[in-house]
Design a protein around this ligand. Structure first.
Ligand code: 6R9
Length: 661
């Protein structure tokens, strides 16, 4: 691999030879059949039109499947009209499924709430009426900053119902991160809560919103006109009369009838900010018709969903794309019954997840490798205490899953029989792109394997030539797909530049990959300056900017070091300003700067280690050679440093670190 930033340590994956063919019993009942691949290959657009008609309800049917004339901005099903909330909720009621449980909420303290599709319809309608009464109209943006609650799902669907794109900001992000996202989206309303339960105590959310929209010298006034506040914990909150409104009071007063606003298929459904290779997060834009089609299609086939018998649980937070597509839109459009859980896997004990699986007889579980590895570390005896025999399909997403964790997931959680689907996709792709199909694919531990029917992906070399089986290179998507991003909010140039310029006319995902001898795809991690910590994307540049924004820091370089539990962990190298460098206590500096990053971005971005150095390794063109820093961070012998402007720098860094800190 030619890239300086290519992650290391995953090559051993490719020696994996075990495969697990589907059982005859599973294959016989599976939604997916081998012919699905053939149908899609024979008529790419016809296949997607079929999915769109079968899985989505249209107000006005579309006549055109794809308009690619303005590439790379695609238009799918463009002359059709529909409403996402109608598809996720109302049509199940209209078609007689109103009494089916949509959401089975489990709060961290153990409180529960069961919501049927009919109840969800009333709640969403009320919330839609409330938003309209606050002046939110079609096209206006609403920011949602909430923990995992029923209200979070209701809030997203209420926005969709009135054609107001939502932008969910993960509740773990800081006030500053929230402020910049509100400003970029120019949102009118924020929906938040007093707080949420996290590891046994009530943690506040509302103060971050107050801080994010407070006037700040030199900055324009916030675009936010109202703050809707869900009462979850009952903790005290500061209140700005006229601006702040209790969610429960407003909803109680609102009408339960609401007519959905029918929108064009290409109407924006949501903006979701994600880290890129520069300091400024990208507002990934998704529209309605194509996104819903692929969300429903993938959810049906990849998880083999049988909506009237399965109990589905995706452990993702709505703050991430997985929570959008596989908690809200995919499962609800398909009429699934699902569990949502507010808290952490270890509250109040390390068996909490498995207790939930047993209690609700969860049959499909979708989670992340970092969680699987954590549970693996806690030991087999913890899940062993619970009845997990209801589980019949297991999913993984967010980062490469190492074969060891995959085997553990299969054996201990899946009872050695539930197929595992390792699903590769991104915020930008909107829905799953590469994954085995349960009942069809013989699975391989550690490989996402095959593009789904209707998806064309490849691994190419530096010159965009497909690599032969056994070769490695970059993962690309060579044909448009329905759920693809339609741009970066307010920055078309950045969209073209980020995804479509590395290889002419094809989408570059930013991931390195290999094809094995069978042609199966193995993901090797990011090839750019994006880290993956516990399945969350973090930008090295964004954390570097946060560090440098502290008065003590002159320069900073951040790398992702391989980590057994979290995939990667953040390691920062900083050069202190000389006025601070003299008598700085490394321990104190580390603590101070870690907290500073938590404040600037959020606790998930906190560097695991911060090393104070006197120089950083740079190429002659001034590019920091992160590869060398990664060697240091991972305690390896430092690699080839011959392209450094000053080749003695690495010796200096290594010797400085060897000295007792
Ligand atoms: C859905 C989601 C996207 C990045 C992606 C890749 C990594 C996701 C993966 C995977 C290997 C998988 N990634 N799934 N790598 N195997 N099954 O995670 O979206 O947060 O945007 O991250 O995550 O590096 O490019 P997002």
């Amino acid at each position: 691999m030619p890239q300086d930033n290519q992650p290391t340590g995953l090559e051993n994956l490719l020696h994996e030879t075990r495969t697990f063919p589907p059982s005859d019993a599973f294959a016989a009942q599976a939604n997916a059949q081998p012919e699905l691949y053939e149908r899609a290959a024979a008529d790419h657009l016809g296949f997607w039109a079929e999915q769109a008609k079968e899985l989505v309800t249209w107000k006005t049917p579309f006549t055109q499947t794809l308009d690619w004339s303005d590439a790379p901005v695609a238009r799918w099903f463009a002359d059709g009209t529909l409403n996402a909330a109608y598809n996720a909720v109302d049509r199940h009621v209209v078609e007689g499924r109103g009494d089916r449980v949509a959401l089975q909420f489990e709060g961290e303290p153990g409180d529960t709430r069961t919501v049927t599709y009919a109840e969800l319809q009333r709640e969403v309608s009320r919330a839609a009426n409330v938003l309209s009464s606050l002046g939110v109209a079609k096209g206006d943006r609403v920011v949602i900053y909430l923990p995992m609650l029923v209200e979070s799902v209701v809030a997203m669907l209420a926005c969709a119902r009135i054609g107001a794109p939502h932008s969910v900001v993960f509740g773990g992000f800081s006030a500053d991160a929230l402020r910049s996202r509100i400003a970029d989206a120019e949102a009118k309303v924020v929906i938040t809560s007093d707080g949420g339960y996290r590891r046994g105590s009530a943690s506040a959310l509302k103060p971050a919103v107050d801080e994010a929209i407070a006037p700040r010298e030199g900055a324009p006034a916030s675009s936010i006109e109202h703050v809707l506040v869900v009462r979850r914990t009952g903790q005290d909150v500061a209140w700005t009369p006229g601006r702040d409104i209790w969610w429960h009071e407003a909803l109680e007063a609102a009408d339960v009838q609401h007519t959905p606003v029918w929108v064009d298929a290409e109407h924006p459904l949501f903006i979701l900010y994600t880290s890129g290779t520069t300091g400024k997060p990208k507002g990934i834009l998704h529209t309605t018709g194509g996104y819903l089609t692929q969300a429903a299609y993938t959810h049906k086939y990849v998880f083999d969903l049988k909506a009237d018998t399965d109990v589905y649980w995706c452990t993702a937070d709505i703050g991430w794309v997985t929570g959008h597509t596989y908690v809200v839109y995919g499962p609800l459009v398909n009429g699934a019954t699902q569990v949502i859980y507010e808290g952490t896997p270890d509250s109040p004990h390390q068996g909490r997840w498995w207790e939930i699986v047993e209690k609700y007889k969860v049959s499909i579980l979708y989670t992340a490798p970092t969680a699987i590895r954590t549970c693996m570390k806690w030991g087999d005896e913890i899940p062993g205490k619970y009845d997990l025999t209801s589980l019949r399909v297991l999913g993984s997403v967010g980062e490469p899953i190492n074969p060891e964790a995959w085997m553990w997931y299969r054996r201990v959680i899946g009872g050695d029989k539930a197929p595992i689907v390792d699903t590769w996709w991104q915020t930008e792709t909107g829905a799953i792109m590469i994954s085995p199909l349960p009942g069809v694919t013989a699975t391989k531990p550690g490989s996402a394997q095959t593009p789904l029917p209707g998806i064309i992906a490849d691994v190419v070399d530096d010159d965009a030539n497909p690599v032969p089986d056994g070769g490695g290179g970059y993962l690309v998507l060579t044909q448009p797909w329905p759920a693809m991003l339609r741009g970066i909010w307010g920055d078309l140039e950045r969209f073209k530049d980020t995804y479509w310029s590395r290889f002419k006319g094809i989408y570059f995902a930013g991931d390195g990959a290999k094809k094995d001898e069978d042609g199966d795809i193995w993901l090797l991690g990011r090839v750019d300056d994006v880290m993956n910590v516990s399945g969350h994307r973090l930008s090295t540049t964004e954390i570097e900017s946060a560090l440098v924004s502290h008065e003590m820091v002159a320069e900073a370089a951040v790398v992702g070091a391989a980590d057994e539990l979290t995939g990667q962990s953040v390691v920062a190298f900083v050069i202190l300003r000389s006025s601070f460098a003299k008598d700085a206590d490394p321990e104190a500096v580390q603590a101070l700067l870690r907290n500073h990053v938590a404040k600037e971005i959020g606790p998930i971005a906190k560097p695991r280690r911060i090393l104070v150095v006197s120089e950083l390794p740079k190429t002659r063109s001034g590019k920091i050679m992160r590869r060398l820093l990664r060697d240091v961070a991972e305690n390896r012998v430092v690699g080839d440093a011959s392209t450094l402007a000053d080749s003695s720098v690495m010796a200096l860094i290594s010797s400085g670190l060897a000295a007792p800190a």
